[in-house]
Design a protein around this ligand. Structure first.
Ligand code: B12
Ligand code: SF4
Length: 451
């Protein structure tokens, strides 16, 4: 088959042509972004933008994107709106229904777009709206490959708000995102919008039951994942571990009350329940949402923010964490302790993710540096420096360190994942020190590892 495609002449639907293959199109052809936009909107996307694979600010994302589709030339960023009243309901099941149905809806939209693009010789891949099914990377590297948020920002579909969600200028943050990876270039790419719709009203800061949203635009990743994702993969692992380590039915029910086991069952059977998403529910930004707020801020707070804050419910935090401190301030919230969901399975991942479990409040007065020399399965030298409540990881051999820790990498992982009593690896000679070991004990106490 040898068909010359001039897309401006193409009807949007060309069933008579059947599927046209990539090899059938002239080399370096640029497709009309307007035509693809039209297809995407017809198939149900609420907004669309285009980003080229070589966009310099997405340099760090490229290799991961190419893992999913090595032929990627263009990312088509898609927005699908949610019914915001569902997300704002004080009961969480309407919100969760809305999330799950929009995820399915957006997936179907993206699949239909690709099917339509196939007809004009463009091939493509639809990754996934949420976490991927493939969990091989868990504890080793990032489990998702395509980060929709920075791509959506580059595609001009909004900016990141203080609540760490992309806020669309019209729909606010009540949107989900997908990115279609295609093997073709387009004639026009988009760029970020110039203003940020976030109004820095701090309602998200006050609504989050575990203090995950910082006033200073910081985000406590583990506070969010430990609570909000209690019934996802991490919480399920804890559920099974609680069962096998409990000596009696009573002991098991202390760790997981009947209501919690029932809720886990609902999540496993019908799609996982997010426990909060309050940061999204209360956000008044965006042209369509803002009148609700500006007409009467007091009413907005009373009707939307207050019911979520005053909702009596369990919140899941690690003992001694910043999240616990935040949750304790609200008497409506019942504290339930959990273990860290961050469980590194390689030293490399430990070094990359240790900042996520580091508690700066505990380390305010600390000032020391530890030289780690890992050997065994992984041979890695790195320095961890702690000063002014900040943690810094440097690769290699550093200067001015207070302690050198030589550790077998596998033994170290058992140690930080609390899979061994601390003393054993030391006794068996798997971890050795030069300098003051007190710094290692301090360092461990700064990590929010949970029970
Ligand atoms: C990982 C992830 C999370 C994580 C981290 C969130 C985050 N801020 O990145 C957790 C589990 C906490 C989470 C929570 C939620 N998420 Co989420 N999540 C994702 C996912 C898979 C990737 C996000 C991403 O690209 N982050 C990277 C950069 C851009 O974010 P960042 O804040 O700068 O970086 C953080 C992480 O990268 C992390 N991190 C950095 N290095 C490392 C290393 C390791 C080992 C680990 C584990 C983490 C980690 O820490 C950084 C600081 O917080 C996307 C889907 C996707 N494939 O893109 C959805 C996505 C971002 N989530 C979404 C939603 C809706 C939510 C929730 C509302 C879910 C809910 N129903 O409750 C909450 C909101 C929490 C919040 N305020 O951010 C939407 C956002 C839509 C929008 N309007 O922007 C997305 C885009 C899904 C979608 N397809 O629409 N999510
Ligand atoms: S709730 Fe306010 S501060 Fe938070 S993201 Fe929305 S506009 Fe920004």
């Amino acid at each position: 088959m040898n068909i010359q495609i001039i897309e401006s002449e193409l009807p949007v639907q060309i069933p008579s042509l059947g599927t046209v293959h990539e090899g059938d199109r002239p080399e370096r052809k640029k497709f009309s972004s307007e035509l693809i936009r039209k297809i995407a909107l017809e198939e149900g996307a609420d907004d669309v933008g285009f980003v080229e694979i070589d966009r310099p600010v997405l340099r760090d994302e490229k290799a991961d994107i190419l893992k999913v589709y090595p032929k990627t030339r263009t990312m088509i960023s898609l927005v699908r709106t949610m019914n915001r009243e569902n997300i704002q309901s004080p009961m969480r099941y309407p919100a969760n229904n809305e999330f799950h149905h929009t995820i399915d809806d957006l997936t179907e939209i993206a699949r239909r777009i690709v099917a339509r693009l196939n007809q004009i010789s463009i091939r493509g891949v639809v990754p996934t709206v949420g976490f991927p099914m493939d969990m091989d990377a868990l504890g080793r590297e990032r489990i998702w490959n395509v980060s929709h948020k920075p791509i959506a920002v580059e595609a001009g579909l909004g900016q990141m708000g203080k609540n760490r969600n992309v806020i669309h200028p019209k729909f606010g943050n009540f949107i989900l995102l997908e990115t279609v990876l295609i093997d073709a270039d387009v004639d026009r790419y988009d760029g970020p919008i110039e203003f940020n719709p976030c109004m820095t009203c701090n309602l998200c800061v006050s609504a989050c039951p575990v203090g995950a949203i910082g006033k200073d635009w910081e985000f406590d990743f583990t506070a969010c994942i430990d609570h909000n994702y209690r019934e996802f993969f991490g919480g399920f692992q804890e559920w099974t571990e609680a069962m096998v380590t409990s000596g009696s039915v009573g002991e098991n029910r202390e760790k997981f009350e009947d209501r919690e086991t029932a809720s886990m069952w609902q999540s496993l059977s019908f799609g996982p329940n997010y426990k909060a998403a309050y940061c999204m529910a209360v956000c008044p930004a965006g042209e369509e949402v803002i009148p609700q707020f500006t007409q009467s801020k007091k009413r907005f707070v009373n009707e939307i923010v207050r019911p979520l804050k005053e909702k009596e419910e369990p919140v899941y935090v690690k003992r001694g964490s910043r999240a616990e401190t935040a949750a304790r301030k609200n008497p409506a919230k019942e504290i339930r302790y959990v273990r860290s969901m961050i469980k590194p399975r390689s030293v490399e991942n430990f070094l990359n993710s240790v900042h996520l479990i580091f508690n700066p409040d505990k380390a305010k007065d600390a000032d020391f540096a530890i030289q780690f020399r890992f050997r065994g399965d992984e041979n890695i030298d790195a320095v961890v420096r702690i000063a002014n409540g900040k943690l810094q990881v440097e690769r290699g051999i550093g200067e001015g360190t207070d302690l050198t820790v030589r550790a077998d990498s596998a033994a170290w992982l058992k140690f930080v994942n609390k899979e061994t009593a601390k003393i054993w690896p030391i006794l068996f000679g798997k971890i050795a020190f030069r300098g003051n070991p007190w710094h290692l004990i301090k360092f461990e106490s700064f990590l929010d590892l949970g029970n």
